[in-house]
Write a protein that binds this ligand. Structure first.
Ligand code: SF4
Length: 329
């Protein structure tokens, strides 16, 4: 796993939030975020609601126009805002797909499952004739555990888990290389979440897929991800190999997230040291100066308010942004 498929450098996504001229305000949803994803890898991206993880994924696909930064895919610059370079996305929409969080809202209730999966095949002219189109639809439905009988039914006839399978079949129909999985299991019953995660893993092995797997819950991504990045209020605070991040987190925010993962064994749970953060996440409209985590960090000092912590590789492949890593560990 050494070839970089995705390279994101200093990505910024600010949304206008009213005001005029000098008083114009922006929601700083993503601010100076950088990461790579290797071919065949799953990079998990976690953080609380509103931390910018979903916006990061959608900006890469240009569902939002980026405010700053550069995105390189398989060696091609897809956008470089500072250089004013933006490629035509159509050929890349085939290579890069997205599976949305809400399987209820993301499927058109007036279309049959077959037409929902077939739509992308039509857009990208993937089939030479009707028979080939039908064969691809059935193949994709079977890959996600559905079958030909489901093709003529409508979304309301399916459970949440089945609808999410349809969303995945739709993404797979154009034979992508890279899939942004945008909280694909958050809306599903806990009993179904593991099945869908296993299916993502099987599809990755069969089709050689690369995933950016977004979730608000670390326990949801820790098994599927090779590496995990943690975001807080629009910035990446830590990134490391999954096992390393879970067993030896360095950033105080990651430590608090890990301490919140439920532990099945009551004795171990009693002995574990749960870190409860004070206060709420500040508004991205007016984020704290310096380190954005400083209003909730037990180690914060004056330097944390004055300087943005540098994103540093502290050990091989283990990155974090904090002025006082030694003090926190
Ligand atoms: Fe806490 Fe300061 Fe480190 Fe931010 S830079 S995480 S406020 S110690």
């Amino acid at each position: 796993m050494s070839e970089k498929l995705v390279q994101v450098e200093h990505l910024r996504q600010y949304f206008p939030a009213g005001g005029f001229g000098k008083h114009k305000k922006f929601v700083q949803a993503v601010d100076d975020v950088s990461f790579d994803i290797y071919r065949g890898e799953t990079l998990g991206l976690v953080g609380e609601s509103g931390c910018g993880k979903t916006t990061t994924g959608r900006t890469l696909l240009r569902l939002y126009e980026p405010t700053g930064g550069r995105f390189t895919y398989d060696g091609e610059v897809i956008f470089d805002v500072e250089q004013k370079k933006f490629v035509n996305m159509l050929p890349y929409r085939k290579k890069m797909q997205i599976v949305f969080q809400d399987p209820y809202a993301s499927l058109d209730p007036r279309m049959t499952i077959g037409d929902i999966v077939g739509e992308a095949i039509d857009v990208h002219k993937m089939a030479a004739n009707k028979k080939e189109r039908y064969d691809i639809i059935i193949e994709m439905l079977e890959r996600v555990g559905l079958n030909s009988e489901h093709a003529n039914r409508y979304p309301h006839e399916f459970s949440g888990g089945q609808r999410q399978r349809v969303g995945i079949a739709r993404a797979l129909a154009v034979r992508p290389e890279f899939i942004i999985c945008d909280e694909p299991i958050s809306a599903l019953d806990v009993s179904i979440q593991a099945q869908v995660i296993n299916m993502f893993e099987d599809l990755q092995a069969e089709m050689g897929l690369t995933y950016l797997f977004i979730a608000h819950d670390l326990s949801a991504v820790k098994h599927i991800s090779n590496r995990i990045g943690v975001m807080y209020l629009g910035r990446m605070v830590e990134l490391a190999d999954s096992y390393e991040l879970i067993t030896r987190p360095l950033h105080p925010y990651t430590k608090s997230l890990i301490s919140a993962i439920p532990i099945a064994d009551p004795k171990t749970a009693r002995e574990s040291n749960r870190i409860v953060l004070e206060g709420d996440v500040p508004s991205p409209l007016n984020p704290p100066s310096g380190c954005r985590f400083r209003t909730r960090c037990p180690y914060a000092d004056e330097r944390c308010a004055a300087e943005v912590p540098e994103w540093r590789e502290l050990e091989q492949g283990h990155f974090a942004a904090c002025h006082h890593i030694e003090k926190c560990n």
